[in-house]
Design a protein around this ligand. Sequence first.
Ligand code: ATP
Length: 430
Amino acid sequence: MEKVVNLCKRRGFVFPGSEIYGGLGSSLDYGPLGVELKRNVKDAWLRAVVTGRDDVVGIDAAIIMHPGVWEASGHLAGFTDPLVDCKSCKQRFRADDLQGPRCPACGGELTESRQFNLMFKTFVGPVEDTAHVAYLRPETAQGIFVNFRNVVETSRLKIPFGIAQIGKSFRNEITPGNFLFRTREFEQMEIEFFVRPGEDDSWFEHWRDERLRWYSRLGLDPEHLRVRPHGGDELAHYAKACCDIEYRFPFGWAELEGIANRTDFDLRRHAGASGKDLSYFDEERRERYLPYVIEPSAGADRSTLAFLVDAFDEDEIEGETRVVLRLHPQLAPYKAAVFPLLRKDGQPERARRIYDALRREFPVDYDQAGSIGRRYRRQDEVGTPYGITVDHQTMQDGTVTVRDRDATTQVRIPEDRLVEELRTKIGQLG
Ligand code: ATP
């Protein structure tokens, strides 16, 4: 984990937030390469669950919603963690994380646990009174439920169908940590998939299997993935079934994504609180019902961390240790890098021309600084799958070498076949 954190800082994937002010506990900023990686994760998710299907559409709802939403959803009353304080060292802990009755840091006596609401509170407008209280959303899901009727009325979707959303969520976590794993501000990728009651169990299985496959298709080692069904005592009161897709992080198995059968709980609550009819008329069956909901809820930052950790590797090449990120080409920030072997004989100009042509198709880097070996290593470390070198022979016959990051082997191909070749290697991005 430490090696991944260091690499992230050194190569501009993730920086400590507000660093020049000494940082702010567990607030993290994505740098130039990190922002590309995370966007590729989100794009891959969108392709898999929205644009690649004909039964899911996207929305982008506001972060600050009507406070009534959180009352109806149960977050105001129940979105809490049990908090305890150490009477000696004053550190705070989540009571459900503790192994024993005493402070894990100093062994001191702990206070009784009290419920702590995780929602960030703010005020809308200039008056700071209770009538103007609002919350930063702790999940994106509710933005979907409150738009259910809008989507039904404005699209021709028929149940079963889903609404998906990517966006920031905020939780005032008592114990954030483990780098990108748990922060107070993070991005979620959520789907609410509406089905006819009675068809919910098979859709639950569909989404559990689909989502598990997504992670391994994008490169996570299947040995590092597992599905953990929730036991009866762990199930939220509104959920009929729930499971977590877990990843074996360096600090242990932990949740990447939760998949829940939420029944008609949310639509029922919002219908009751808003007074609006949120039922659905099934024209084929001539029946009206409140749909059940299957919710696959993933974290963009958590999955980015899992992809980074799984991709991280060290091997030995020509007697030297090499750090390599074996990222799936679809996730890699750069798909290729172009190098002139020498900084003379017209090679840099030729390489730049190739770089300019490739850049119109994919994110590509250009590097002419230092030995070619060092340049390869620099790209290996950030996961660039292909290295294209312009050399003496290029100037004679128009061929370039293409080096594979993982195998470190090279093939020579005509320059004018590069785009097509890379497109095949990287796979369809669309
Ligand atoms: P945990 O038990 O780890 O707190 P949770 O069960 O409360 O998570 P959900 O409410 O199911 O999490 O949220 C869905 C997904 O959102 C999680 O699987 C995770 O990927 C992501 N997520 C939740 N909280 C955080 C956080 N504080 N930081 C980063 N990602 C988060």
